[in-house]
Design a protein around this ligand. Structure first.
Ligand SMILES: Cc1cc2nc3c(=O)[nH]c(=O)nc-3n(C[C@H](O)[C@H](O)[C@H](O)COP(=O)(O)OP(=O)(O)OC[C@H]3O[C@@H](n4cnc5c(N)ncnc54)[C@H](O)[C@@H]3O)c2cc1C
Length: 593
């Protein structure tokens, strides 16, 4: 089932209309409130968008000198936009003016927002008095809904949170920016009733929460193809090997084994709930894994192979990632072997029908109307009177509590009123997402299997650094999967698609011979380009982030709770971690309802 297949939207709703309000005060003192009027945010759609652009630009112009501009100036801007002729456009402008007012208020940091509310009401009144000559179809105001729990994001974390809350008898609404559920988990239709996964796909031992949910929603697993030998292209030579670590040279192997053991031992000492409290945390967090590699892997050869592993797991370069983060991540999964192995490790199994079937069924199980698609959340307001109001395009939802289930980097891009404490905001400024392009070539059959190969390969020349056999459970068609990660994903991501495809397919041909040079089809997904992901597999911590800002990661702020793979203590960064984090955040929120 493709991502755009209407079946993937089962049980889901589109934004519904009506609403208003600007409320907000302090993150503390969050008593559940009732009344309040959520602010309208018009959806930018169809013919309206050009005129809306005028409105935004005009309002925006006035919003630029935010310290000096008055709210009245913003009102004037909204009213004077010459293109605003219809009541539809008037409402769009009103919404934009509301946003501008919010921005003004946030930048001015004025604690008294009563005057802003009054002025907003004036704008709303003025703009809603459409003249009788208006001949443009009227548009209903955005919807307002009241629920116990609002969830931002319908990835595995958000859906797991919603599932937990619905199970506890709470009313829940999930707001999702995309027109599908699953987030970083996505199936792509390749015809003939087959799909390939362009996002997260594998599941392995100890990933018990995602496994339990998959069982519950009736999605089976099958083993990743792992029969035969692997290949490695290293120093311009192609070799075959078995197991996870290529047998390039006994000395390199020894160095490699020692480094792996050392990392596993150090990782065990990092507390999963509080990595910043690890013995020697400042020292571990004050160096990148590249620094550690230079000290602990004397030979360049061993470092080159190790670098392949770092890129494969973190989708970043060794110099990007703090050693403390690497240790936390290893402990969170169990060991380096669990992270990197196919059989017995995180790449062991796949989902029949594609991994996105799991979130699709989770959303269906929530019941109709509980997930709103195409509703990007823009702003979150908290007030002791009104609770938490989450404003998305076309819908505004007031809840007693909210869970923000998007990657921390994206959570930091929302508008919060009152603004997030600096400690939390600065954490989100320090959690970059990795860079991955997942590329697949499709052949009539997995011809490499007949040649005694698993389809698992490595290349130090690249640009594809890792390959896997990603054929469907029946073994037809043959699908060869290649990852572009970190620096290579950034470099190739900027090339024209045709050049990127050639570079990938050429690499497949070097590893698997001339038959690989002529695929029937080619599929790729560049996750940094995805507006609602901006990278993958997940966020990593650069040096100093855990020790400087770690305590801000999971701490709720007022009525806001955080979920997502990055917040997990077990299998952080993985589908399993996403589910665990959603369940934890829901329990935390429910306990305080
Ligand atoms: C190429 C790739 C390969 C991977 N491989 C594996 C693997 O093999 N095994 C594994 O376990 N994990 C893998 N992962 C990681 C795994 O997919 C993620 O850790 C997991 O899916 C994250 O789930 P999440 O719910 O935390 O976040 P997401 O899936 O990112 O969900 C967040 C949701 O929020 C939505 N959203 C964002 N901003 C807003 C907004 N402002 N308003 C409303 N909605 C918003 C997004 O659209 C998205 O649906 C891979 C990821 C990728 C991309």
């Amino acid at each position: 089932m493709g991502a755009s297949d209407p079946r993937s939207r089962g049980g889901l709703a589109s934004p519904a209309p009506d609403g208003d309000s600007i409320g907000a005060r302090s993150w503390s003192d969050p008593a559940p409130g009732a009344a309040g009027r959520p602010a309208p945010l018009a959806a930018a759609s169809g013919p309206r968008s050009v005129v809306k652009l005028f409105a935004i630009r005009s309002v925006g112009r006035f919003s630029i000198s935010l310290t000096s501009v008055t709210i009245t100036g913003v009102i004037a801007a909204a009213i004077q936009v010459p293109a605003i002729q219809s009541c539809e456009v008037r409402r769009a402008a009103a919404a934009e003016a509301a946003l501008a007012i919010t921005s003004v208020r946030m930048l001015r940091r004025r604690s008294s927002s009563r005057s802003a509310v009054r002025e907003w009401e004036l704008i709303h009144l003025h703009l809603s008095q459409g003249s009788p000559s208006d001949n443009v179809r009227p548009v209903e105001a955005p919807a307002t809904r009241d629920v116990d729990l609002v969830v931002v994001g319908a990835g595995l974390a958000g859906l797991a949170a919603a599932r937990e809350a619905v199970g506890a008898g709470c009313s829940v609404l999930v707001l999702e920016a995309r027109d599908r559920v699953g987030g970083r988990v996505l199936n792509e239709d390749i015809g003939g009733g087959h799909v390939v996964e362009v996002g997260g796909q594998w599941i392995g031992p100890t990933q018990d929460r995602i496994a339990a949910i998959a069982r519950d929603v009736g999605v089976d697993t099958f083993p990743t193809w792992n029969q035969g030998e692997n290949v490695i292209e290293y120093a311009d030579r192609l070799r075959r090997y078995t197991g996870t670590i290529p047998k390039i040279n006994p000395l390199v192997l020894l160095e490699f084994g020692r480094a792996q053991l050392r990392l596993n031992q150090l990782a065990k000492r990092v507390p999963l709930e509080a990595p910043w409290e690890a013995p020697g945390a400042a020292r571990l967090d004050g160096q990148t894994v590249a620094t550690w590699m230079r000290r602990n892997l004397p030979s360049k050869r061993a470092r080159r192979v190790f670098e392949l592993g770092i890129e494969a797991i973190w989708a970043a370069q060794p110099e990007d990632v703090s050693l403390l983060h690497v240790l936390f991540y290893i402990h969170s999964a169990g060991s380096l072997e669990l992270l990197s192995d196919t059989e017995g490790g995180a790449q062991q199994d796949r989902f029949v029908g594609g991994s996105q079937l799991v979130p699709i069924r989770m959303a269906e199980q929530l019941g109709p109307g509980r997930v709103v698609l195409g509703a990007p959340v823009r702003a979150i307001r908290q007030s002791s009177k009104e609770g938490v109001t989450v404003e998305a395009d076309g819908v505004s939802v007031r809840g007693r509590r909210a869970i923000v289930a998007v990657a921390p980097t994206l959570a930091g891009r929302l508008v919060y009123d009152p603004p997030l404490p600096g400690f939390r905001d600065q954490l989100t400024q320090r959690m970059p997402l990795g860079t991955v392009a997942k590329c697949m070539a499709i052949y009539p059959e997995p011809f490499w299997r007949n040649e005694g190969l698993t389809g698992q390969g490595m290349s130090d020349a690249g640009p594809v650094r890792l390959t896997f056999d990603n054929s469907p459970p029946g073994g037809s068609p043959g699908v060869l999967l290649g990852f572009l990660e970190g620096r290579r994903a950034r470099e190739l991501g900027r090339l024209p698609a045709e050049e990127r495809r050639s570079a990938v397919v050429d690499c497949f041909a070097r590893l698997y011979g001339p038959r690989a040079a002529k695929p029937d089809a080619y599929v790729e997904r560049l996750w940094a380009e995805e507006e609602w992901s901006r990278g993958c597999y997940g966020c990593h911590m650069p040096t100093g982030a855990w020790t400087g800002y770690g305590p801000a990661l999971r701490e709720p702020i007022g009525r806001l709770h955080w979920a997502g793979a990055e917040y997990a203590t077990v299998w952080s960064g993985y589908m399993d971690g996403a589910v665990r984090s959603g369940e934890r955040a829901a329990k935390e929120a429910l306990a305080r309802l």
